[in-house]
Design a protein around this ligand. Structure first.
Ligand code: SF4
Length: 416
């Protein structure tokens, strides 16, 4: 049935002409549509995955200003790239672009590959991005299937199967190959995406204003909202995340996350995932007394303040939050405890801490620094590989995930 519809669309109407005529008149003027530079198109396509256009525009401009070419991206440090990306979310995108740029420098003389198959060899460039770059920048007749395109095509065909399956992708790819014109193949891809973004929206499609309405089987059957058919969603896992905020004077303590997994290579307020589930009471019971201090020792690299933290856990800690942060497959319910330490930049505070008795309760490490080394210099600390102390103002210079924005706001408010 859907195949017949597809053939009818091709044979009886020129879908691409209708679509391109509409696109010429109605397309939004976006910065990446004013360039044929494959590198700039790559940047825009990666940023637009999972992020709205209006959010992307300033990041796109700033990114290209800072890294205007493959070579400049490849020779920057990952830290710099993540910092410029900071706030855009899904940081693995930035890391993969950086890896891709390094590959292009190593293997291709710092140039973007000029066809679909060669683009697919670049780390981090998948079928969609390769299709978008190849068709838009190099005029290659190849599909670029994103979520918008899946929705539009599934409605055009009244496609009865889940759109995420390999079979659906393959089928849509074959059809788009037939529909896509030899001239302006990139505009055709962009027009389908634009139609999905502006007209054939998920919840409120404007079928009355759609150039494809009279060939759209979903619309003609008055069943638009049945499509796209989706696989049943698996529930996102909810995890309570206890976060340790260490503060001394106007500085806070950050640690760098590992180079793999969630939020790889970003800086964070260290913390521990307590439980899978939504029961905050159970989580709080879990972090009283020795348990809580145990979590701190396992999670935080800085050993200088162990004694003070332990005492604070014994007296009882105040928890802040929760705030929620959603990843693609899990949700963090973030709660945090603030530990205030003496401002050791202030010499009056130094002796008290250093004169603490050497003997420690079992299981508690002594401070790592000797008296001679115990000089606080935030610039020196910045050089540490995996942790540092920074002022709240300097946080903007580090790639800190948006997940922690509420904590930073809370700290700033308490400073005022
Ligand atoms: S007619 Fe409606 S459902 Fe069909 S493609 Fe256009 S906007 Fe989407």
């Amino acid at each position: 049935m859907a195949n017949d519809v597809a053939n009818d669309i091709v044979e009886e109407h020129s879908l691409s002409s209708l679509l391109l005529a509409w696109f010429t008149l109605e397309k939004r003027d976006l910065p990446w549509r004013r360039t044929g530079d494959p590198y700039a198109i790559w940047v825009s396509e990666v940023m637009l995955q999972q992020t709205q256009v209006k959010t992307v525009i300033p990041y796109y401009e700033q990114f290209l200003q800072r890294f205007p070419s493959v070579v400049q991206l490849a020779t920057a440090s990952l830290e710099d790239v993540l910092t410029v990306w900071s706030g855009l979310g899904y940081y693995s995108r930035a890391r993969r672009m950086w890896e891709g740029a390094r590959y292009m420098c190593d293997q291709r003389g710092g140039k973007m590959p000029q066809d679909y198959d060669s683009l697919l060899l670049v780390p981090g460039i998948g079928k969609y991005t390769a299709g978008a770059i190849a068709s838009i920048a190099f005029g290659q007749r190849v599909a670029a299937i994103d979520g918008n395109v899946l929705r539009v095509v599934s409605r055009l065909l009244a496609w009865p199967e889940p759109v995420e399956t390999v079979r659906s992708h393959r089928h849509f790819g074959e059809l788009l190959g037939k529909w896509q014109p030899a001239v302006q193949p990139g505009d055709f891809n962009q027009a389908l995406m634009e139609l999905g973004a502006m007209i054939c929206t998920p919840k409120n499609p404007d079928c009355g204003g759609c150039p494809l309405a009279f060939v759209c089987e979903g619309y003609l059957q008055d069943d638009v909202f049945l499509y796209p058919v989706k696989k049943p969603k698996s529930q996102r896992q909810v995890v309570t995340r206890l976060t340790f905020v260490l503060r001394r004077g106007d500085q806070v303590y950050l640690q760098k996350r590992p180079s793999h997994g969630l939020l790889a290579d970003l800086w964070e307020f260290p913390g521990v995932e307590l439980s899978q589930g939504n029961d905050l009471k159970e989580s709080i019971l879990n972090i009283s007394g020795d348990n809580g201090f145990g979590f701190f020792q396992k999670t935080v690299s800085e050993r200088m303040f162990d004694e003070l933290v332990r005492e604070q856990f014994e007296r009882g800690i105040t928890l802040h939050g929760p705030v929620w942060y959603t990843f693609s497959h899990r949700r963090w319910k973030i709660i945090w405890a603030i530990f205030d330490f003496p401002d050791l930049d202030n010499p009056r505070n130094l002796p008290e801490l250093l004169e603490r008795p050497e003997s420690k309760p079992e299981g508690v490490s002594a401070p790592r620094e000797s008296v001679g080394e115990y000089r606080l210099d935030s610039r020196k600390d910045h050089q540490l590989e995996d942790h540092c102390w920074v002022t709240l103002q300097d946080l903007t210079g580090l790639p800190l995930p948006v997940a922690f924005t509420a904590i930073v706001d809370d700290l700033k408010t308490s400073e005022e």
